[in-house]
Design a protein around this ligand. Structure first.
Ligand code: HEM
Length: 200
């Protein structure tokens, strides 16, 4: 069996077209608590879009262009919306214990996405190409050297950090988000917690 056949079999046995692209949701999904996941996705879309424009014009563009400054601000505002909704999403999922009924993997991949997103954010502060980013890099290098990884991950190397922020970490993040979405579509939203003694 080749890889394409294996993938086809796996998808056929694990997810239906109706699950993948649903047009109806259970009634309990009609709640504000379910908006945060979608807001994160919208913010991620805006991050990628503004990030692509910034990447095209180079890392110093926003220092001398008003349009560049605006696109850079859109990128930063998207980061703020992204992390705010991510924290709200984490809390709402925590309080409905959304890891129940086999959704532990969805929860873990969510945590991995959060971890990668944090590092992606940090690497963004290192490529501002100003005194601020130089200061942060000089402070951060001590932590990386103390961990013994300073020689292969050099936070003072703007080129390396640019690749980390623009290519490597976003690709890993998108990969985890896609797995997260796959698990969500495959398992469907978890049922609300039943009150003890409530009639069924
Ligand atoms: C980039 C990060 C993330 C994105 C884009 C994302 C996106 C989503 C979306 C769109 C949903 C479906 C709608 C909803 O229930 O809100 C969802 C569900 C879920 N998320 Fe996330 N999420 C992320 C991070 C996290 C984190 C950090 C956690 C927990 C630590 C988490 C745990 C869950 C769980 C358990 C569900 C399933 C809820 C259910 O079955 O009802 N997610 N996520």
């Amino acid at each position: 069996m080749n890889l394409t056949q294996k993938t086809k079999e796996y998808l056929k046995n694990n997810i239906t077209l109706d699950d993948m692209l649903p047009t109806k949701m259970p009634i309990y999904v009609n709640s504000a608590g379910y908006l945060f996941g979608v807001i994160i996705l919208c913010a991620l879309f805006m991050l990628i879009l503004s990030g692509i424009i910034l990447a095209f014009f180079g890392p110093t563009w926003y220092h001398f262009s008003i349009v560049g400054h605006f696109v850079n601000s859109v990128h930063f505002w998207s980061v703020q919306v992204f992390f705010l909704s991510l924290i709200c999403h984490l809390f709402t999922k925590f309080f409905i214990a959304a890891w129940r009924d086999g959704r532990f993997k969805t929860w873990c991949v969510g945590i991995l996405s959060l971890a990668v997103a944090i590092f992606c954010g940090f690497s963004g502060y290192l490529i501002q190409t100003d005194y601020d980013s130089q200061w942060i890099a000089v402070q951060a290098k001590d932590a990386f050297n103390a961990l013994g990884i300073g020689s292969f991950l050099n936070v003072m190397d703007t080129g390396q950090m640019l690749t980390m922020h623009v290519v490597f970490l976003p690709v890993v993040l998108i990969f985890f988000v896609l797995i997260h979405l796959y698990f969500i579509r495959r398992d469907s939203p978890v049922k609300p917690i039943e009150k003890k003694g409530a009639s069924k």
